[in-house]
Design a protein around this ligand. Structure first.
Ligand code: 5GP
Ligand code: MG
Length: 467
């Protein structure tokens, strides 16, 4: 199937560095939280492109010998997180293709909402697709003879895409970075001596000791070549809503990163403080579901005055539970991943802070663990509003019917989880934690989608010409 829901990924690019591929590799390590399914690097020495990619973590895929086979001063890389069934080896990015102008490598983060339609159009004309990812669509748009001679070919082709995307392209002449007009996913530019770096998150710049320059803007194409850094804008008009993904702040990005101009940890602490103000409770101790709940738990403790402790200890040698394909696997892996500190929990009234409840399955298992360890009362606090709507822009949420909060009141979710009380931060509380609330997508909480998904577009296309 094309246009799979849920491809959040990490992108990394280095231009003008004699160990470009190695720098990209280091950057991908910092972006590993953005995708653990596969990793890839493509390098250019100005004459040809070389690639190395494979399934698994960055540490599984690359070995020191590989860097000899990734020569050149320019490279891009990708870590991929995808949904069940799409782990095909062909899908591993960056994709490398030979088009009329030469070799081209493409790496994509996000999810296109009209990939299925575009794919069908090209397949009807006889095109062959090698992958089942929506990322390949851009290659066909670029190769389309109707587009080939346009002066602003890339801007025009990107204009055909709907949804969330950050792209990195590498040729023997340049690296091009592009961010969709709504700016759903983060992408930043950094500098390391004479090298230019592009990365999904600033934590990758930190590891390289690169200096942060700025974010790629929504609807911006940044071209890095021997001519320097050039910029062009595309796809935005007075109706375009900047809609950066608030879930990057809630859960997805690393707390040491600044995304969309703000430090993720700071935003999460503020959310925790807000949660304490909105949902106070008489209790003995506060702790997080690690790691994603840590910053918010700190904020809850600060806001409430209740002592912060470690109620769960994480085993750092287990992959993310969400990655496990089957529900049964996910459930059993919960215990492997976290264990309770009985001494902190036994006989206590505990406040457990987590960033989100999605399906509710891992939360339920964690709460069972707490009960088994003798918690007297369990008060769960969540640092985002109830997640009731699927994401079409790259966060791996299941369909609405599988979301714990869909069709349930907060009291019903509390009953489902078997907790003494449950409090979610309100939408106002969530938006008060960021400095430009109007510039965020909150569709997973509100159902207000800034770009309509394909089926909705199909229905509308009779009435409104979209492309
Ligand atoms: P649930 O209880 O809904 O099964 O799982 C909730 C947990 O999943 C939370 O601790 C939250 O941090 C985590 N979570 C939320 N979104 C994602 C995601 O996109 N990927 C992964 N791996 N975990 C997620
Ligand atoms: Mg978590």
């Amino acid at each position: 199937m094309s246009g799979e829901i849920g491809e959040h990924c990490g992108l990394m690019g280095v231009w003008g560095n004699d160990s470009a591929a190695y720098e990209v590799y280091l950057g991908l390590y910092s972006l590993q939280h953005r995708g653990q399914e596969s990793a890839g690097i493509v390098s250019s020495d100005g004459r040809t492109l070389q690639s190395r990619k494979g399934p698994g973590l960055v540490s599984d895929v690359f070995h020191m010998d590989d860097f000899k086979r990734l020569p050149g001063n320019h490279a891009i890389g990708h870590v991929r997180y995808s949904t069940t069934g799409s782990g095909r080896i062909q899908n591993i990015q960056p994709l490398v293709v030979e088009e009329i102008e030469g070799l081209l490598a493409v790496a994509h983060n996000g999810n296109l909402v009209n990939a299925r339609t575009l794919r069908k159009q090209y397949q009807d004309k006889g095109a062959i697709f090698e992958t089942s990812t929506d990322s390949e669509t851009i290659v066909h748009l670029l190769a389309d003879p109707q587009h080939r001679n346009l002066p602003d070919r890339l801007a025009h082709c990107l204009g055909h895409l709907r949804g969330a995307y950050c792209f990195l392209f590498l040729t023997n002449e340049m690296i091009v970075a592009a961010r969709d007009p709504n700016g759903f996913r983060p992408l930043c530019i950094g500098r390391l001596g004479n090298s230019t770096i592009v990365a999904s998150e600033t934590c990758a710049l930190d590891l390289l000791k690169a200096e942060y320059v700025r974010d790629v803007l929504p609807g911006e194409i940044v071209t890095v070549s021997d001519r320097g850094v050039e910029t062009a804008s595309f796809g935005r008009d007075c109706r375009t809503r900047t809609s950066q993904c608030i879930f990057e702040h809630v859960y997805f990005a690393r707390p040491d990163s600044n995304v969309f101009g703000e430090n993720v940890h700071k935003v999460r602490v503020t959310l925790g403080e807000r949660l304490a103000a909105e949902h106070p409770v008489d209790a003995d101790v506060v702790f997080a579901v690690p790691d994603s709940g840590l910053s918010a738990a700190m904020g809850y403790s600060r806001g409430s005055g209740l002592p912060l402790d470690l109620g769960f200890i994480r085993n750092h040698y287990v992959g993310r539970t969400f990655i496990m394909p089957a529900q049964d696997d996910r459930r059993s892996s919960v215990e492997i991943k976290l264990n309770v500190v009985r001494n902190v929990v036994e006989g206590k009234r505990v406040v457990v802070v987590d960033d989100s409840i999605i399906r509710g399955t891992t939360s339920k298992s964690r709460l069972d663990q707490l009960r088994r360890a003798g918690a007297r009362e369990i008060h769960m606090r969540i640092s985002c509003p109830p997640t009731r709507h699927p994401c079409f822009y790259g966060i791996d949420f299941p369909e609405a019917s599988k979301l714990a909060a869909t069709g349930r009141t907060v009291a019903e979710v509390a009953r489902l989880l078997g907790v003494d009380s449950l409090g979610y931060v309100s939408m106002e509380g969530l938006l008060s934690a960021v400095s430009d609330p109007g510039a965020f997508c909150t569709a997973c909480f509100s159902g207000d989608y800034p770009v309509l998904p394909e089926e909705e577009m199909d229905k509308l296309s009779m009435e409104r010409k979209i492309c």
